[in-house]
Design a protein around this ligand. Structure first.
Ligand code: 5MM
Length: 342
């Protein structure tokens, strides 16, 4: 029997659990492996993902894993499909279905995410392979007068068309409109991030409504409200938490069961501290949790270093980060917890 989208959503934002974004495309995982001087091959990518998916954290703190096409089709060294390892840990396997943010025609410096052509057929195949949710990431760049309405509107429209196709095929859509905080062009202050994120989210929810997307059967994956990396501005944890919540409350209907943040280039500890502060601020209309890539993986990648003999060390680092974020998802993380465990 097909699972209800609402049930998949509630499982993915279950108390104290969050999502592991392990959907790096071949180009991105190569960049990550370059930092530990490891050659990216099908085998090294498999070994790295196996180290993560067999860690204890999977059972306790991870509700879903976003995979790249290659990984959903891959098996562990003993032949067990990764999708089965994830399911056996009690988590939901998911799949990144966008085909990347590409230069937008006649909109210099902006990107539009592609991948709608043939998506219905791909979703049907991914369902057969075990995926029960999908992810599509739109990228919005702030730079002087950018983003343009053309960029915000086109990306929001594509997200809505993707989400509708997912729901038609029994797959829960994670809708990810990312207003970038990293990169050399990110010189904007926190209030500009607020303004652009608000504009983007309001446009996305209008497009989702027009596309008949059922809000109860989706998860939003937004950025937090933070200053750009190259702004020279520092915001306190309280300011980030307060502005992010204010922005989300003005844009995200309570029918949405959960919001799972991206980390976007924040340090591991910042991403955890911000999430915890928001959850400690009292009753919210939706669950607030993590769908981190870098902020869940960087410490594990470094501890593993591409060596079989470091597998346990990599898993310890991943277990620790996942536990800290689980505490944050219920507003109970503290620096004392962080240091105690380290
Ligand atoms: C894990 O990184 C994801 C895939 O990136 P590419 O498509 O560029 O290979 C990315 O979509 C990720 O799911 C989100 O951006 C969140 O990751 P962070 O690292 O920002 O938490």
């Amino acid at each position: 029997m097909t699972e209800r989208l609402e049930d998949i959503a509630n499982k993915m934002v279950a108390e104290g659990k969050g999502i592991l974004a392990a959907d790096e495309s071949t180009g991105t995982i190569k960049k990550r492996f370059d930092t530990i001087s490891l050659t990216s091959t099908e085998e090294s990518r498999r070994d790295y993902r196996e180290m993560l998916f067999r860690a204890d954290a999977m059972k306790d703190y991870i509700s879903g894993v976003i995979l790249f096409d290659e990984t959903l089709r891959q098996a562990a060294r003993d032949g067990t499909p990764f999708s089965k390892i994830i399911q056996d840990a009690g988590a939901v396997p998911g799949i990144k279905v966008d085909q990347g943010a590409k230069d937008m025609a006649l909109s210099p410096g902006e990107k539009v995410t592609e991948g709608l052509t043939g998506l219905r057929g791909r979703l049907k195949e991914y369902y057969e392979l075990g995926a029960r949710f999908a992810k599509w990431r739109a990228v919005i760049t702030i730079d002087g007068p950018l983003p343009s309405w053309n960029c915000v509107k086109a990306n929001a429209h594509a997200l809505a068309r993707y989400a509708a196709l997912c729901q038609e095929n029994g797959i829960l859509p994670i809708v990810e409109p990312e207003v970038l905080m990293d990169g050399e062009r990110a010189k904007h202050d926190i209030d500009r991030c607020y303004e652009v994120t608000e504009w983007t989210l309001k446009t996305v929810f209008t497009e989702l409504y027009d596309a008949n997307v059922m809000l109860e059967g989706m998860i939003l994956k937004p950025n937090m409200i933070v200053p750009g990396d190259h702004s020279g501005q520092k915001a306190s944890v309280e300011e980030v938490a307060e502005k992010t919540l204010r922005c989300l409350k003005s844009c995200v209907p309570p029918a949405v069961p959960g919001i799972a943040f991206l980390s976007g280039g924040q340090s591991d500890e910042q991403a955890t501290a911000h999430l915890s502060a928001m959850n400690a601020m009292g009753q919210l209309p939706w669950k607030l949790t993590y769908s981190y890539g870098r902020a869940l993986q960087t410490a594990a990648l470094n501890a593993w270093g591409g060596k079989m003999e470091n597998e346990a060390a990599g898993q310890r680092a991943f277990n620790h980060r996942a536990r800290m974020n689980s505490l944050a998802a219920t507003g109970r993380w503290s620096e004392t917890e962080e240091k105690k465990a380290a």
